[in-house]
Design a protein around this ligand. Sequence first.
Ligand code: NAD
Length: 367
Amino acid sequence: MSNPSILILPGDGIGQEVMAEVRKIITWFGDKRDLAFDVSEDLVGGAAYDKHGTPLHDDTMAKAQEVDAVLLGAVGGPKYDDLDFSVKPERGLLRLRKEMDLFANLRPAQCFDALADFSSLKKELVSGLDIMIVRELTSGVYFGEPRGIFEEGNERVGVNTQRYTESEIERAARAAFELAMRRDKKLCSMEKANVMESGILWREVVIEVSKDYPEVELSHMYADNGAMQLVRAPKQFDVIVTDNLFGDILSDCAAMLTGSLGMLPSASLGAPMENGRPKAMYEPVHGSAPDITGQGKANPSACILSFAMALRYSFDQGDEATRLETAVEKVLADGIRTADLMQADGGTAVSTSEMGDAVIAALNASL
Ligand code: NAD
């Protein structure tokens, strides 16, 4: 049988720097864990625009559709700010998400003990936190029609439409239940069924899907209360599923509970392919960070942890994913930090590649 395939799209700015560290880790798993991947690499974002005049070449799009998982760094940068909207670096990313039909966005909020002081919440509220937000990514108010700014009488009116079909809700809910089954078997669905018909339908469909997952304890919460609960007592949650708009806000809110942008991974999953693996793209939450590009200051952890998600959700290697996450945690616990994770009172920051090397050393120590 051939090896599972990965397409690496480092993109722009620090995307290239953090992805170099992920490449080392992929090689380590091939050498030391007999987990070899067929890795190919291509351009996206500004880097693709510079070469092809488009932020995502059709050939790259076709490759992304064929591989088992796409790993993306970050796109964008000041050099491209004045480009026409249709060829801006971000359009490459949006095209990947749209054409791969990645409808479930997974954003973990996990707080490593060593970083609990970086949270804006009290340490005891976030220490050991491990929750997962599943956001529906391809429908809802960001896509619904009608939309636009219209003349009405003697003034303008701005219109967006929240619209969900049963099947769109069902597939997002199913993805969330599947995740809950692999975790603590607790799922909280968030909507505004008190004031929105789309929320009533959301709740009904989630309840219907729950019949296939009797082991999962399902609860429902209005999204505004959900936001409050996330900052009041975040550890009450395991998996949260919600729509595109609420998920956008709630996942950013939950992510910041953990402190640093350089630590946040994400996954976007679509329907299963012929081999049973979901269409999938893994990427750090952060952008291309032009302010620190080329200085060896980027924290590669978010990108490394995104690869750990790929091990777990695309390649069914949960134990190896945990091995990698534990290695990152150990490095941080040992006080090895990139500049973004240094406290004001000192210590010496390691570079991006030193951080990657430290994770490799921790992986070696795990054998
Ligand atoms: P950003 O995430 O690039 O940076 C925000 C701040 O966080 C900066 O100070 C940066 O130095 C710091 N930071 C980010 N990642 C870090 C890391 N791994 N290690 C250490 N520090 C890190 O957001 P921005 O400055 O608003 O955007 C810069 C560019 O990135 C823009 O062109 C934007 O459009 C693009 N962007 C792309 C993505 C993506 O590719 N998914 C996401 C967000 C922004």
